[in-house]
Write a protein of this length. Structure first.
Length: 265
């Protein structure tokens, strides 16, 4: 009985059908081995009373070679375009978990390859090429700000510290990492500060406040205790990397509740 041709290979009667499938994410791309398998199968199953013209084999091989070169040129073009965006100011948009449009304008910090897709990092957020809306020339990458000063490869100043439950003497807060770049976020340490005075959004002001606990890694929530009843506090986070670069979040303002009076005995 003639061999049966599957989507990517050949199976014989009684064989495991799963052998005809691969783990490739894009089965529309035919690699050389698959093409040769199909060509051999075509030759084995041709009508011997009316065989294929030998020149057709050569034509098919030439066409396949041209197709491969075009695919490589397309990939090189995408790679070149992605790399050319590093250091440029772009506007990128994506849908967040709640279905709302998350738009960021900033400098492309770096480009990486993830799951065969080019990922661009803009203000610590990940975007792919299809999510880039506009591109502008100029901009400065993290490192040198043009005045000889070194900037940290992350910026927490646009991230809001979130308020949780507040009682008469405690308050819960939480925050997110200042970047989605795993290579940068790894090793970052976070320190919680609070103060009764504001503004509380500059590093020197934050570090003048009361420090609660110690700097910790992989630390994104805290319950501050020992607060006084019926008072307003400003709470903020200092994030620091292994090189000593620091950045502060957008502070959150909380007010503790009044202390409940104990019932008379």
């Amino acid at each position: 009985m003639a061999d049966e041709i599957t989507s990517v290979g050949i199976t014989r009667p009684g064989s495991d059908l799963n052998n005809g499938y691969t783990n490739k994410t894009d089965n529309s791309i035919l690699d050389p081995d698959q093409f040769l398998n199909l060509l051999i199968t075509q030759m084995q199953n041709q009508d011997f009373m009316n065989p294929m013209d030998d020149t057709q084999y050569v034509t098919q091989m030439a066409q396949f070679s041209n197709m491969q070169q075009m695919q490589q040129m397309t990939e090189y073009s995408r790679m070149g375009y992605a790399l050319s965006l590093v250091g440029k100011t772009v506007t990128a948009s994506r849908l967040n978990a709640s279905g709302e449009l998350d738009t960021t304008t900033g400098v492309v910090e770096k480009v990486s390859m993830l799951n065969n897709e080019y990922i661009l990092y803009v203000d610590g957020k990940q975007y792919n090429l299809s999510q880039i809306m506009t591109v502008q020339s100029g901009g400065s990458t993290s490192g040198d700000d043009g005045e000889g000063e070194t900037k940290p490869p992350f910026d927490a100043s646009k991230i809001q510290v979130e308020k949780g439950d507040v009682t008469s003497n405690s308050a819960k807060v939480s925050w997110k990492a200042p970047t989605e770049d795993a290579t940068i976020s790894k090793g970052l340490k976070y320190t919680v500060y609070y103060s009764e005075t504001g503004p509380f959004d500059k590093l020197e002001d934050v570090e003048k406040g009361t420090k609660f606990g110690s700097a910790q890694e992989n630390f994104f929530a805290e319950e501050i205790t020992g607060l006084s009843p019926d008072k307003t506090y400003y709470i903020n986070i200092v994030v620091e990397d292994e090189k000593g670069n620091k950045s502060v979040y957008k502070p959150v303002e909380i007010k503790t509740s009044k202390e409940e009076e104990k019932p008379e005995e």
